[in-house]
Design a binder for this molecule. Structure first.
Ligand SMILES: [Fe+2]
Length: 296
């Protein structure tokens, strides 16, 4: 199977859903609003690390100074209305029906070279499926680099496991425990409680796919894909953005990726808010609709 599909222009929600719920990794090429978002993020990052080149600043600053600049830049980006506005425009340009979409926070991920700078907000994501945590099989992930990538500085997929279960800690992992741990831990240190459920078996990585896309491109994939951050040995810090969306029609009609190994008991509807109204997503939307259908 060719896992990667490149797209120029837009797909509607149904077309996109059909592809990603069957495991495709979609690359939307050179999305104009994403190009503007990269330029905006670059401006913000460059100003923060000035006079150091952002991708090299970790080698020129003291570790703590680098990590505190990274944290303040991430916070500024997350709170800035322009970030969300441009990201929303990018989703709109590639055919996402904003009125029917709920989204999670928009994050700037900063992944330093090596392990010496791994802090609470700069740690590498280990191998995981996002759905082990959210338990929401309509979850669609969005990922985009701000600067050029290399295979040593990108996101990695393990597509053999799209249809192969992996033993994991989804049954016992607690988001609340993770949040509590983060609040108590110095943000410059790696969290002691894992940010997502973990695999409990050895993963065969021989068929891994390292997706190298350009700034301005947007990668879209199901949250059920097994993936990780590549161990960054590139001698450049990686800057990328990410978010997740859920399409409400897919939720109501049960169009989703398959669940083959998650044993979480709760669904994290409340991680998502309506893109326009900011109303939280709740399970009631799904169940009310199901009742409505059965009462007809
Ligand atoms: Fe992830």
């Amino acid at each position: 199977m060719g896992w990667i599909k490149k797209i120029r222009g837009a797909l509607d929600d149904q077309q996109r859903g059909a592809l990603i719920y069957s495991g495709k990794l979609l690359v939307f090429k050179q999305v104009p609003a994403m190009q503007r978002l990269c330029a905006f993020a670059d401006e913000l990052i460059t100003a923060a690390f000035n006079p150091h080149a952002p991708e090299k600043a970790q080698f020129e600053l003291e570790r703590d100074e680098f990590l505190s600049l990274a944290a303040s830049t991430q916070s500024r980006f997350k709170k800035h209305p322009e970030s969300r506005k441009l990201f929303r425009s990018a989703l709109d340009e590639i055919g996402v029906d904003i009125e029917h979409s709920y989204w999670d926070r928009l994050l700037l991920r900063i992944l330093p070279h090596g392990d010496t700078h791994a802090g609470g907000l700069t740690s590498r994501a280990g191998i995981h499926r996002d759905t082990w945590g959210s338990n929401l099989y309509q979850q669609t992930n969005w990922w985009a680099p701000i600067y050029a990538l290399t295979p040593e500085r990108t996101i990695v997929f393990y597509p053999d496991y799209w249809s192969q279960p992996v033993e994991n800690t989804s049954a016992s992992w607690s988001y609340d425990k993770y949040v509590a741990d983060r609040r108590q831990t110095d943000p410059r240190l790696a969290p002691s409680y894992p940010p997502a459920p973990q695999p409990q078996q050895v993963i065969d990585t021989t068929a891994e796919i390292r997706v190298v896309i350009d700034p301005g491109d947007m990668l879209c994939f199901s949250g059920a894909h097994l993936h990780a951050s590549a161990a960054n040995v590139s001698r450049f810090t990686r800057f990328s953005i990410e978010s997740r969306t859920v399409n409400i029609d897919d939720l109501k009609r049960n169009r989703a990726a398959p669940n083959i190994d998650c044993q979480a008991r709760q669904v994290k509807f409340n991680w998502f808010r309506h893109v326009v109204s900011n109303e939280p997503l709740t399970g009631e939307i799904r169940y009310v609709e199901e009742n409505t259908i059965s009462n007809r």
